[in-house]
Design a protein around this ligand. Structure first.
Ligand SMILES: [Zn+2]
Length: 364
């Protein structure tokens, strides 16, 4: 394997010397350093969230590839990192990279599910190719009582409604392709995590959820307790959507109240997917580390109205036959009419608002 040396965060790394990340025998994508920077910020908050000093926190990078996450977590945060990968070339490279940085981390070559079943962790990072679903049950078992979990999903096409039946098989929830598909997709992912953890009397409490490029990333706190679990399962509910006129609302409606057409509906987690006070703390940490681009994303998310889903103004224009409006003007108009309204990181032309569809159309 031909290698080249790169610098990411505070670690030096040997990575495959290839044009495209997927060509490497061990996967490394420099573009994802953005997400890893955010992860480093999140890990810096863990000592407060979990009430444990860094050197007492055990962190698993379950699908570690080059070891980049585990090494950065050790060097930049000071936690006890454990890097695991089933690929022997990967394991050799992780060890080489640890030596290169003079860092001691635990390295294993094992199926991630086995590592998760056999050990307990404070923080688990599941960053797979495709869907994280094959690891969720074992991950739920890998926390003693409390912990923190971050998950990446790159299978956004099923989650966002391009393949509704794949979503139904994989996540137990049928997706549909609406104008708010990114948020519906991330909520289907979160729903599956919550339902899987519920089986083990654990609850996954989302702290930060975002969609970027072609993947979703979700961070959440893990707690134990039947009451907490039941409370979270009550936050599930229906969203119904009319593909004829564009009407949508929370709740189950089989026919559209605006035009009478048959609707599509699905049952997902409708509770908070962001924890604003967590994001406030994260912004401080990202600022201290000088991660300006990452801060911008978190800033937008922190300011988003806390209501499920959003209206894409392009979609509303298409459905109503009206001209496209400037997003800032539209937000201003909604606010003048007494509604909350903000932009959303999920879609640059969309607005998050507590206004109902009929109000949105009228104001539009
Ligand atoms: Zn309709």
């Amino acid at each position: 394997m031909r290698l080249k040396e790169v610098l990411e965060g505070k670690v030096r790394l040997k990575v495959p010397d290839v044009e495209k990340p997927e060509e490497g025998e061990v996967f490394y994508n420099p573009v994802m350093s953005y997400d890893r920077n955010i992860s480093v910020g999140v890990l810096k908050l863990l000592k407060n969230v979990l009430n444990k000093p860094e050197d007492k926190l055990t962190v698993l990078d379950a699908l570690s590839a080059t070891g980049v996450r585990a090494l950065r977590y050790k060097k930049e945060v000071g936690v006890n990192s454990w890097a695991n990968d089933v690929n022997p070339k990967s394991v050799d490279l992780i060890k080489e990279n640890a030596a290169l940085n003079k860092i001691k981390i635990k390295v294993t070559r094992e199926d991630a599910n086995i590592i998760l079943r056999k050990n307990k962790f404070d923080y688990v990072d599941i960053d797979p190719f495709g869907s994280p679903v094959p690891f969720l049950d074992s991950t739920a078992k890998s926390f003693l009582r409390e912990g923190f979990l971050s998950i990446t999903a790159t299978d956004t096409a099923p989650l966002c409604g391009t393949y509704p039946k794949v979503s139904l098989r994989r996540y137990g929830i049928e997706s549909f392709k609406s104008d708010y598909y990114n948020e519906l997709g991330i909520r289907i992912l979160i729903s599956e995590v919550i339902k899987t953890f519920a089986k083990y009397e654990k609850v996954f409490i989302p702290q930060l959820s975002y969609s970027r490029r072609h993947y979703f990333r979700v961070y959440g706190k893990v707690e134990t307790g039947v009451k907490k679990v039941n409370n979270f399962l009550e936050k599930f509910g229906f969203v119904s959507h009319c593909f004829n006129c564009g009407w949508r609302d929370l709740g189950l409606k089989e026919t559209c109240p605006m035009c009478g057409a048959k609707t599509k509906f699905t049952n997902v987690y409708l509770g908070d997917i962001q924890n604003k006070s967590f994001l406030k703390d994260l912004l401080i940490v990202l600022d201290e580390m000088g991660f300006e681009k990452e801060k911008k994303l978190i800033e937008i998310i922190k300011n988003e109205a806390s209501v499920p889903f959003y209206f894409d103004t392009h979609y509303i224009a298409e459905k109503t036959g009206k001209a496209i409006r400037k997003i800032d003007d539209f937000i201003k108009k909604l606010k003048e009419n007494g509604f909350s309204a903000t932009k959303t990181h999920f879609c640059p032309t969309a607005v998050k608002t507590d206004a109902k569809f009929s109000d949105v159309v009228e104001i539009f």
